[in-house]
Ligand binder design. Structure first.
Ligand code: NAP
Length: 316
């Protein structure tokens, strides 16, 4: 056990980090062991990780020194930030900077930075097809991550930039699952037209990250994008209809309608879907399903994921 190399995992009680910790723990012959980072080692989720065999340490991404300590002696670090806890692109960039700096100071040998594209490469702020948000972003939770890539590369860290995809678990935790409309029919609603949405189970993100660490230096210095499937709203509705045994329709709304839904972050999400719709070709081209499967042979498609998880989706 003690000669195993440590992978320090940010957000270990959450979706991405948690799935990486589980992937390491599941592999009894792993050359790695998991160090799970949390703000509270006594929380129920953190105690469950200790019980499952992970080393649990406390750190806060807003506190550089706590991160340096959490990364010390580790071979690898999985870095993820938490936009939806505070909704601030500026704060997310500071958190990413702290993670990059901690990786540098602690001398880890392989960093995976969980990122997303800076959409302003395709839609400059002057492009008024969608509103500018937080003064200098189009899709704040994408743009901040993409901009933060530089914190890792400028420090010449041995980094793999991992562009993830929309989680199917959002149907369970984020309210994007089927909802009953006024006509009593279940519908999923998002502004993608007939375009395909690269998406994935968050559980497979950690498994892919584990696959990257296992490959040693192969993906250091590279940017890779992963997805479990490219699927349109209509196709998703058809798979849901079959799995749930009741009709689910796809309700395609204009992005400006989605932005006006009023839930926290609706404007950011509306812009995000519009970006994925308007740049379907470029966005799908930057996600590689076969590479994701190579890194994680258990990679699920939506139908497989749904068969296992349909009872967890709250249906109104
Ligand atoms: N939802 C999607 O479809 C999707 C797709 C791609 C990318 N993303 C990105 O994924 C990121 C979030 O990752 P996730 O989904 O794995 O998160 P998550 O499941 O919401 O978990 C967040 C975890 O982060 C920890 N955390 C929060 N604030 C922290 C802080 N200040 N310092 C240290 N730890 C902190 C919490 O752990 P403790 O309470 O134990 O400290 C929590 O368990 C977001 O930036 C989002 O944009 C989301």
């Amino acid at each position: 056990m003690s000669d195993k190399r440590v992978i320090a995992v940010g957000g270990a009680t959450g979706a991405q980090g948690g799935s990486l910790v589980r992937a390491i723990l599941r592999d009894k012959n792993s050359e790695f062991r998991a160090r799970a980072i949390t703000r509270d080692a006594n929380s129920e989720k953190a105690r469950a990780l200790t019980k499952a065999g992970a080393e649990v340490v406390e750190a806060d991404v807003d506190d550089l020194q706590s991160l340096v300590k959490a990364f010390e002696g580790a071979y690898g670090a999985f870095c993820v930030t938490f936009f939806w806890e505070h909704f601030s692109a500026e704060k997310e960039k500071l958190q990413a900077k702290n993670m990059a700096e901690a990786a540098k100071q602690s001398g880890v040998q392989h960093v995976i930075w969980s990122s997303l594209e800076d959409t302003r490469r395709w839609i400059p702020l002057s492009d008024d097809r969608m509103p500018t948000l937080q003064e200098k972003y189009k899709v704040p939770h994408f743009d901040a991550k993409g901009e933060a890539n530089a914190f890792f590369t400028e420090r010449q860290l041995p980094v793999t930039i991992l562009n993830t995809s929309f989680y199917w678990e959002n149907m369970i935790h984020f309210g994007t699952g089927p909802k009953k409309g006024e006509n009593g029919k279940l519908a999923i609603t998002f502004p993608m037209g007939d375009k395909q949405l690269p998406s994935i189970s968050s559980e497979d993100i950690g498994k892919c990250a584990y696959g990257i660490f296992k490959k040693g230096s192969e993906y250091i210095g590279k940017t890779i994008g992963i997805a479990g499937e490219f699927i349109s709203g209509a196709q998703m509705a058809a798979v849901l209809t079959k799995a749930l045994g009741q009709e689910v329709v796809y309700n395609d709304v204009p992005p400006e309608v989605y932005r006006s839904f009023g839930f926290p972050g609706a404007d950011d999400m509306g812009n995000m879907f519009q970006f994925k719709r308007d740049f379907e070709k470029e966005y799908t081209a930057s996600r590689d399903i076969s590479l994701a499967r190579k890194l994680n042979p258990d990679l699920q498609d939506f139908q497989t994921w749904l068969a296992k998880n349909k009872d967890r989706i709250p249906l109104e």
